[in-house]
Write a protein that binds this ligand. Structure first.
Ligand SMILES: [Zn+2]
Length: 315
């Protein structure tokens, strides 16, 4: 029987997406070891129902910077920090600044495309090798790639909800409302942050008009779990159920700095599930897992697949 990985991505499609890959926000890393590739291939083929946990490290190749990477991450390149949940709820000034930046960054952020890692994961789901993808990313790229079994651990930037009545609206729709309320503001930028945020002048921020909830007049907030907020209990439970019912945990592109992600590793260890990680740099769970591969997901996953390519072509 052919391995799962021989049935995934066609070589032509692979080359096209590698060519388009952007490395501006990817931290430096050395070449992946052949031994690691073999071990990873064995891990993926051995465990036919994977729970995959993804982080910002897989979206950097689509042009979205992460927060923590050395030299290229947001924290390394500026002194800006993401808005905290309490700040957003308590301060109209902070909400106005947040939404003004978000409005300008939205066209570019919302148009970014999935990369080879997202596409391989989608194909692995299609051949039933992946039971679910738990993502910390709010960029919608797994969904754009075509994956279906996605749990958005930290919510999504593509929906907006009312803090008062829980009414939800599509982020694209809110963009139209912003544009009507702020006709002189131009929504375009080349600079982007992990949650779609950009830099603006004080005047631009102060003049920006933010709508209230159309249903009850409450405060609108992106449907993202901000720093300082908790992941909703139903999502935590859904993740737990999936980790317990699936064969193994494959972690891609995350240092596991946030507890909500690290907790999933602890659950997997508790349930005696094998765990593998691909990441550039150290992670919080390096000493606790079965296999750790250092490197870029968009480099490693296609190579794991290509290990079987000659056999594939002969069939
Ligand atoms: Zn409302």
């Amino acid at each position: 029987m052919r391995d799962i990985l021989t049935r995934t991505v066609s070589p032509m499609r692979l080359c096209t997406h590698l060519f388009k890959s952007s490395l501006a926000f990817v931290p430096k890393c050395g070449p992946v070891r052949t031994e690691d590739l073999m071990r990873l291939k064995e891990f993926i083929n051995k465990h036919h129902r994977l729970c995959v946990l993804t982080g910002a490290g897989i979206s950097t190749e689509s042009g979205i910077p992460d927060y923590r990477s050395a030299e290229v991450g947001l924290y390394a390149r500026s002194d800006r920090r993401p808005v905290l949940y309490k700040e957003f709820c308590d301060s109209e000034r902070i909400r106005r600044r947040y939404w003004a930046r978000n409005f300008v960054g939205w066209p570019r952020f919302s148009s970014l495309k999935p990369n080879i890692t997202h596409l391989i994961l989608k194909d692995l789901e299609y051949v039933k090798n992946i039971g679910c993808i738990v993502t910390q990313n709010v960029d919608n790229l797994h969904s754009k790639a075509g994956s279906k079994k996605i749990i958005e651990l930290h919510g999504t930037a593509f929906k907006v909800k009312c803090l008062n009545c829980d009414h939800k609206i599509c982020r694209y729709k809110l963009q139209e409302v912003f544009q009507e309320l702020n006709p002189s503001m131009i929504a375009t930028t080349q600079i982007i942050r992990p949650d779609g945020d950009v830099e603006l002048s004080q005047e631009q921020v102060e003049d920006f008009n933010v709508p209230a909830c159309g249903n009850c007049g409450g405060i609108l907030k992106p449907d993202i779990v901000f720093f300082g907020d908790n992941v909703p209990r139903d999502i935590v439970q859904n993740v737990k159920t999936n980790v317990e019912s699936l064969d193994a945990l494959l972690i891609l592109g995350t240092s596991l700095s946030t507890f909500s992600a690290y907790r999933i590793v602890l659950q997997a260890i508790d349930a005696k599930k094998p765990i593998a990680i691909i990441n550039i740099g150290k992670t919080r769970a390096d000493e606790m897992i079965n296999l750790r591969v250092e490197g870029r997901c968009g480099d490693i996953l296609p190579k794991v697949w290509q290990l079987d390519a000659p056999n594939n072509l002969m069939r």
